[in-house]
Every structure is written in structure tokens, then in C-alpha cells.
Ligand binder design. Structure first.
Ligand code: NAD
Ligand code: ZN
Length: 392
């Protein structure tokens, strides 16, 4: 029955942002940042609050001075609001709600408005936390991201999501918020730990497997170069992975994930759970590596994927430097159930609707399933465990 006062409200909002690839982003001769700030209002003096990952600040002690010189050169169009806010790097920044509140307090004190900018320089965790703080201050101030990790540059930093952890769940509190611009500066990666550089490659393997068979082949041919962090291969891997992600966001038909399927989250149901089960001892990328191996083996066990291809995928991951096992895989609750299986329920709840997990028929050919067989998950875990024991 239609009420006489019912209103049908329909509108759509176009979104636009650029992902720039550059080097020495804060060199005053590099116009990428100032051009990004001036994209809409050319003549205004833009107000900018800078948030920096403590790990980046430590590795780049001249950063704050560099920013000041940059702002001085473009003083007509850019004003820094005080000193950069330095926040802890890594997952801990997403686990402490006080950090979000402190950052928002700073925004309030400085009088940030919706047309002011938050320039966030850091890894995926800092981007997620600061992006959330900015998205919810005044219901959204502009964010320019400068991701400083492999994962930030090829995946999390180029997308439209933010969030922090709460109630023992990854990204339970967060929002979809489109960045004003993203600037990937390859130079930052030079100071990243080997562990974090390897971890970030998990997302490249993931997106290759669900989107681009040719990219998967390229990764298998470049494994050694990538494992050695050879700059040309690494730069291509990042740029191509970022491209596949933004193409999915812009052209995939569901940028804000309103449906139940999340095709780019191959391997992630287990990964998110492993991150919480290990209390974030595992990095996101490390957990995704294990999650990909698990769902690859599950696909073989389910008769979807041929065992030889499954083996190639696992060899690619180990060749890149991933350890495809963690003791958390074998944790059981009081009833004897594998605890990682809770990840399936949490994954469904995060998305709403029916459980939808992507499996593989072949690289580039994912298939959605709506049920996961518990015994088969257990067999896939046993397979990873046995492999790990053999290698030890
Ligand atoms: N929003 C999304 O769409 C999305 C997607 C994927 C992952 N994520 C999130 O991203 C996070 C992981 O991000 P990450 O892999 O970038 O790691 P990270 O942010 O946890 O950073 C890892 C470590 O590297 C340090 N660091 C960062 N840049 C550095 C540099 N250039 N030199 C030296 N040290 C540096 C940090 O201080 C930290 O200690 C997870 O919380 C994950 O959930 C979000
Ligand atoms: Zn991920």
C-alpha cells in the first residue's frame, strides 16, 4: 500500500579523484601536490592539516622541514595548520579510539571546515584511522592520501574505505569516503622493512587471481625480482595492482559494497580472522597470503581448480617470501571447532545478506559460493600445516 505522503527520493552523486604516481612529492619543484589541492578552487589559499605515521617520521626525519619548504614556496595557495600530527604506525593506531578522538579534537581546535584538507602520510593503518577521523569530522573533510607502504600504494590507499577496529573485529567502525586525491611516491618504499614490502604483495597476487590471468603469469615470471624488491618490477607491480583496484571501484558497479559479494576480497574471510586471532602479530598482508593459500587449496579440494595450478599459486606466494602457515590456523574453541571458521560468520555480517566467498576455477576466473564446507576447510588447513612441517 502506498501512503499519500510517500516520497520517492532518487539521486546520484558523481565522484572523481586521481591517483598520481610521482617521486619526491614534497620537493618544491614537484607540482603534483599543489595542483591536487587547487583542483577545484584555483585561487584560494588551501588550509592543510598534516597527519604523519610515526614510522615514516622516524625513517624520514627531514619530512616536516620539507613540508614547510613546500608550503612556503606555494604560500599563496597553501597554508599548513600547525606542525604535523604524528600518530603511531601499524595496527595499534586502529585499536585505540582515543587516537581518533585526539585527532578530531585537533581538527576542531584548528577550525578545519569541510573544504579544508587532511593530508595523510603513512601506511594503510594510519590511512584507515585518519581517513575515518576526517570522514566523520563535520561529516567529511577533504583527504589527500600519501600512502607510504606497498599495500597502501597498491590497494588500501587508492580505494574508498576507511575504518578502525572495535569489539574484537577488524574495521567494525568505518565509512566509505572517496579521497580528494591519492599521491603514490615510490621513494617512501625505500625505508620500508622487508617484512612490510613482502606483505604488501599479497594484494597483487589476490587481484591477479580474481581479475587478470596475464598479471598472474607476469608475477610468476617476476617472482625473483619482486622478492629481491627490484625497483622496476616493484613499481610496475604496484601501478598495475592499483589500476585493477580503481577500475573495480569505478567500473565494477558496487563501489560502496552494498551487495553481498566482495570479489576483491579473495582470501580475506580467513585473513581478517587470523589478524584478530593473532592479536595482529600477523600483518594484514601476511594474513592475506595465508588466506589466499587456504582458499586456493579449498578450491582444489572442491574440485574447482586443478591441483597443478593450485601448486603454482602457492609456489608464487612462497617465492615472494610469504610463510603460508600460522599456529592460529589450528586453534579450536571449547567445542572443538576451528576458531578461524568464525571468520565466515563475521565476513557475512560485515557485508550483510548471504555469505558470499570467492573461490577459483583458474587465475582470472573466480566463482562465488554461498557455503563453505567445514570439513574441507579443515583439510585445506591440514594441507598447509603438513607443507609447513615438511619445509621446517
Ligand atoms: N581501507 C582499505 O580498503 C584497506 C584495504 C587493505 C588493507 N587495509 C588496512 O591496511 C592496514 C595495513 O597497512 P600496511 O600494510 O600499509 O601496514 P601498516 O600501516 O600497518 O604499516 C606497517 C609499518 O610500517 C611503518 N611504515 C609505514 N610506511 C613506512 C615507510 N615508508 N618507511 C618505514 N616505515 C614505514 C608503519 O609505521 C608501521 O610500523 C591494515 O589495517 C589493513 O586492514 C585497508
Ligand atoms: Zn586486503
Amino acid at each position: 500500500m502506498t501512503g499519500e505522503h510517500d516520497l520517492a527520493v532518487n539521486f546520484s552523486v558523481p565522484f572523481r579523484y586521481a591517483v598520481h604516481f610521482t617521486e619526491r612529492v614534497f620537493d618544491p619543484d614537484n607540482p603534483v601536490l599543489i595542483d591536487a589541492l587547487r583542483r577545484i578552487e584555483k585561487t584560494r589559499r588551501h588550509r592543510v592539516l598534516v597527519v604523519v605515521d610515526a614510522g615514516v617520521e622516524r625513517a624520514h626525519p627531514a619530512l616536516a622541514a620539507g613540508l614547510r619548504s613546500y608550503a612556503a614556496r606555494y604560500a599563496q595557495h597553501m597554508q599548513l595548520l600547525g606542525e604535523p600530527v604524528v600518530v603511531p604506525g601499524g595496527e595499534q593506531v586502529k585499536n585505540d579510539p582515543a587516537i581518533v578522538a585526539e585527532l578530531q579534537q585537533r581538527m576542531a581546535t584548528l577550525g578545519l571546515d569541510r573544504q579544508s584538507f587532511c593530508l595523510v602520510i603513512g601506511g594503510g593503518a594510519v590511512q584507515d584511522m585518519a581517513g575515518f577521523a576526517a570522514a566523520t569530522a563535520h561529516r567529511g573533510v577533504r583527504v589527500i592520501r600519501v600512502p607510504t607502504t606497498v599495500l597502501g600504494q597498491n590497494d588500501s590507499g587508492v580505494g574508498v574505505k576507511n575504518g578502525v577496529n572495535a569489539f574484537g573485529m577488524k574495521n567494525f567502525v568505518g565509512s566509505f569516503a572517496v579521497p580528494f586525491a591519492v599521491i603514490n611516491d615510490f621513494e617512501f618504499l625505500g625505508t620500508l622493512s622487508r617484512r612490510d614490502r613482502v606483505a604488501g604483495m599479497a594484494e597483487a597476487v589476490k587481484v591477479a587471481l580474481v581479475r587478470d590471468a596475464a598479471f598472474f603469469e607476469w608475477l610468476t615470471q617476476q617472482t625473483r625480482e619482486l622478492a629481491d624488491l627490484e625497483p622496476v618490477s616493484t613499481a610496475y607491480m604496484i601501478a598495475h595492482c592499483a589500476r585493477l583496484h580503481v577500475e573495480h571501484i569505478a567500473g565494477g558497479g558496487d563501489p560502496f559494497e552494498q551487495g553481498s559479494a566482495r570479489p576483491l576480497d579473495f582470501g580475506h574471510w580467513a585473513a581478517h580472522k587470523l589478524e584478530s586471532l593473532t592479536e595482529h602479530r600477523l600483518r594484514h598482508g601476511e594474513a592475506v597470503g595465508i588466506g589466499i593459500a587456504l582458499d586456493t587449496r579449498y578450491s582444489v579440494e572442491a574440485g574447482l581448480l586443478d591441483p597443478e595450478t593450485g601448486e603454482r599459486i602457492v609456489r608464487l606466494l612462497t617465492g615472494l617470501g610469504f610463510h603460508l602457515y600460522d599456529a592460529a590456523l589450528e586453534l579450536r574453541d571449547a567445542t572443538g571447532q576451528l576458531r578461524v571458521l568464525d571468520g565466515l560468520r563475521e565476513f557475512r555480517e560485515h557485508l550483510g545478506g548471504e555469505l558470499t566467498v570467492s573461490l577459483l576455477r583458474a587465475p582470472g576466473r573466480p566463482v562465488d559460493v554461498h557455503e563453505m564446507d567445514v570439513a574441507r576447510v579443515a583439510r585445506a588447513i591440514e594441507w598447509l600445516t603438513a607443507r609447513h612441517r615438511d619445509a621446517a
